[in-house]
Design a protein around this ligand. Structure first.
Ligand code: SF4
Ligand code: SF4
Length: 312
């Protein structure tokens, strides 16, 4: 605490976001040990997933938007923070089953709220170790490419990250740091090959913002990245739909066959088979068994699951 700040320790003090970097640095035996430590701490703060990659400036925003002036302002994440810890928070499965609905916005809001706690606490933990760390949510850089490089999941046709554990039902956070950390590697559990044969998201999108075809460098408008071969979603069409209905949408998350409760063994078996030549069968079963159908919000309030059985 700085002299003259009139601060108190602990619960009696006013909230502040981040305290200064500690003067003394804790030295880890290796970047692997530091990475293990930081990921364990992030999980203990509530991160559902955590991975590490380097701060690839290609994905960093050059500027931010100022609500006050209505113009751009600099992105103040320093270049000399070479590592990024990417975290993911799962959104509530049952709430997402009610999309599109005002109710489902609670899943998004809670995901971001948990994310804020995780990234702020993790950044402060690293600062207490004597290294710089800056917590960030959606304001600094594209999260999905960083999450893919950090091994959290793969890229889906709907333009979202698909994780093994929660499918696309996640919100992402980032901590930029100069603490030397071992990097994670991208993973492959068959998503690209599955998306090649699946069109559930592009068929369900009410404004046809998701492409039906192969990945390409084609862009829709200024909101797309140029020069990257991928499935590009028309974000402006998508957002216009949100504005029109006064709520967010997420139908593409609800209908995605990877959006399931992966704590169940049979879901994990299905995911494994979806990464094999049996993927067409798994897609057929997904539709046949009625996964991805909307749960009316009233049903959620009554605490009943998809087949009308009480959840207690
Ligand atoms: S959020 Fe809704 S409108 Fe936007 S891409 Fe997904 S399904 Fe389409
Ligand atoms: S709905 Fe199907 S095509 Fe769309 S992202 Fe999910 S798996 Fe891929």
């Amino acid at each position: 605490m700085k002299e003259g700040e009139d601060r108190r320790e602990g619960f009696s003090d006013a909230f502040t976001l981040l305290r200064d970097v500690a003067g003394e640095q804790i030295v880890f035996p290796s970047p692997e040990a530091a990475a293990e430590d930081v990921k364990r701490v992030a999980r203990s703060f509530g991160a559902d997933l955590a991975g590490i990659t380097y701060n690839d400036l290609r994905w960093r925003y050059t500027h931010k938007f100022s609500d006050i002036s209505g113009t751009e302002r600099p992105n103040d994440i320093p270049d000399e923070l070479p590592y990024v810890i990417v975290t993911a928070q799962a959104m509530d499965h049952d709430l997402i089953r009610t999309v599109p609905s005002a109710l489902s916005g609670a899943a998004t809001g809670l995901g971001y709220s948990h994310d804020a706690l995780v990234v702020l606490a993790t950044a402060q933990y690293i600062r207490n170790l004597g290294y710089n760390a800056i917590a960030s949510m959606n304001d600094s850089a594209l999260a999905i490419p960083l999450a893919i490089k950090a091994g959290l999941g793969e890229y889906g046709r709907h333009g979202l990250l698909i994780t093994k554990e929660f499918g696309p039902r996640v919100r992402l956070g980032k901590v930029f740091t100069d603490l030397p950390l071992a990097l994670d590697q991208p993973i492959d559990f068959g998503v690209k090959a599955f998306c090649d044969i699946c069109r559930r998201c592009s068929q369900a999108c009410p404004v046809k913002a998701i492409p039906h075809g192969d990945p390409s460098t084609e862009i829709h408008n200024q909101s797309n990245l140029k020069g990257v071969k991928k499935w590009s979603v028309d974000g402006e069409k998508c957002f216009s739909f949100w504005v029109g209905q006064n709520s967010d949408c997420s139908i593409c998350i609800r209908v995605c066959p990877y959006n399931k409760d992966h704590t169940k063994w049979w879901v994990r078996v299905g995911r494994r088979l979806a990464g094999t030549p049996l993927r067409r069968l798994m897609l057929w079963l997904d539709v046949k068994l009625g996964f991805g159908q909307r749960m009316p919000p009233k049903q959620w309030w009554r605490g009943r699951d998809r087949k009308g059985v009480s959840n207690g």
